[in-house]
Write a protein that binds this ligand. Structure first.
Ligand code: AMP
Ligand code: MG
Length: 423
């Protein structure tokens, strides 16, 4: 079934007022993770998607070891309700075990990570004991097995440590290293080709002529795609010329999994981008109930095996970023095989400035979230025109104003999406 047939079969389809959620769900419903995978050295897996489950090939920790600096002893040697006096007969260091044997009433000085000598079952921390020459005085009240980490306590041999689909972060690198993996199997990087369309665009490095603007979209796209970990194919600026556009689309579809363009998808615009997308593929043109980012195209372009998914984003620089984050980001993660897709939570904050807003579309204003008197408050970052990239650069979050909502009065709660995360 064609994309448009599938789409129009859906209930409440209204091409003039497609909600953000409807568009997102339709797009994600079309996509399946790509299968291609490769083996890479552990460090190179950072930011990649695991292609198979990571199964523990050994116990973690590999052997019982002390969780603290102190004294390893036999619990049975301790008095239950009085101080016990034990002779210290040696030292166990991490990586350097005590190789003697212990008789009744003896103990060993032990450091964190060291293996408790055979026969010992309990570690008493050094802070609670008193030393008397070669002896230590251990107070009553110790528990059998305390301060010893058991082999396999974190992970036992054969247990799944990390599921396929996980996006590898620093913690996963460390976890896989702790299991001894020097190489891991990850999904191939997604190849994303992009170009800007418009006769008015000038590439950086060339002086601006009358009526031209520098092409900024290729740089925001480069940045956003690189952060997600895609291989980028920057195809430059393509003039509003049918032959050039057709050649660019063919080349992009042949080399990439996904093609992203900016500009030329506006409603009623007399340009060739829309016509060519329709001619060369199966593409839906949407008017999304969202500001900025109303016009957008989505579909497939090119012929198998050289077909690619296509996102035709609007031309306005802020609209490119807004549509990328609301639609393209999750689509790319889905194709990459990321499961779950890293979530971008909506967090409540008090809006300390009034915001103008018409009901009927989702609005994404650029906001600065700060903490005032222990409360998270947000204010918009100056002029909010969809061409004003400065509003994005000054911002640290998007203020997401729900479709049905009208003006926001200062002091009301709004939802925000943070730009930066901890990892
Ligand atoms: P369009 O969607 O092609 O009608 O473009 C909408 C607006 O965005 C126009 O003002 C364009 O000049 C501007 N624009 C389009 N593409 C770019 C780009 N790559 N870089 C900067 N501005 C752009
Ligand atoms: Mg244009």
């Amino acid at each position: 079934m064609s994309l448009s047939a599938k789409f129009s079969c859906q209930d409440d389809y209204d091409p003039n007022a497609l909600s953000v959620d409807q568009a997102r769900q339709f797009i994600l419903g079309q996509l399946a993770p790509m299968a291609a995978r490769e083996r890479v050295a552990l460090r190179s897996a950072l930011g990649r998607v695991l292609a198979e489950d990571v199964i523990a090939p050994c116990n973690v920790p590999a052997h019982d070891n002390s969780a603290m600096d102190g004294f390893a002893l036999r619990f049975a040697d301790l008095e239950q309700s009085a101080v016990s006096r034990l002779k210290v007969v040696g030292v166990a260091l991490a990586g350097n075990a005590f190789d003697g044997s212990l008789r009744a009433g003896e103990c060993v000085r032990i450091m964190t990570g060291a293996i408790p000598p055979p026969g010992t079952d309990t570690v008493v921390i050094q802070e609670v004991v008193q030393t008397e020459g070669d002896f230590v005085l251990v107070p009553a009240g110790q528990r059998l097995g305390q301060n010893i980490r058991l082999a396999g306590e974190d992970l036992a041999i054969g247990q799944p440590a990390i599921a396929a689909g996980k996006l590898v972060r620093p913690a996963e690198l460390g976890l896989m290293a702790s299991l001894g993996f020097a190489e891991v199997s990850v999904k191939r990087r997604l190849r994303v080709a992009f170009f800007s369309t418009g006769d008015e665009l000038c590439s950086i490095g060339t002086p601006l002529a009358e009526g031209e603007v520098y092409d900024s979209n290729r740089y925001t796209l480069f940045g956003m795609l690189s952060r997600i970990g895609c291989d980028v194919i920057d195809m430059g600026v393509v003039r509003d010329d049918p032959a050039l556009l057709e050649a660019a689309f063919s080349e992009a579809a042949a080399n990439a999994d996904v093609v992203i363009t900016s500009g030329g998808v506006s409603v009623g615009e007399a340009d060739f981008v829309k016509q060519l997308m329709a001619k060369m593929g199966e593409v839906l043109f949407w008017k999304i109930a969202m500001k900025p980012g109303r016009p957008m195209a989505f579909g497939r372009i090119g012929e198998a095996p050289h077909a690619a998914w296509l996102f035709g984003l609007p031309g306005n620089p802020v609209a490119v970023m807004a549509t990328f984050y609301q639609f393209v980001r999750d689509a790319l993660y889905t194709l990459m095989g990321a499961s779950p897709i890293p979530a971008v939570p909506l967090l409540p904050a008090t809006c300390v400035a009034p915001l103008k807003k018409f009901p009927g579309r989702t609005e994404l204003q650029r906001g600065l979230l700060t903490s005032e008197n222990g409360q998270w408050v947000v204010r918009p970052t100056g002029a909010q025109g969809s061409g004003i990239l400065r509003s994005m650069s000054d911002a640290n979050c998007l203020i997401v104003i729900e479709q049905d909502r009208g003006n926001v009065i200062a002091g009301e709660t709004v939802q925000v999406q943070l730009f930066e995360g901890l990892v």
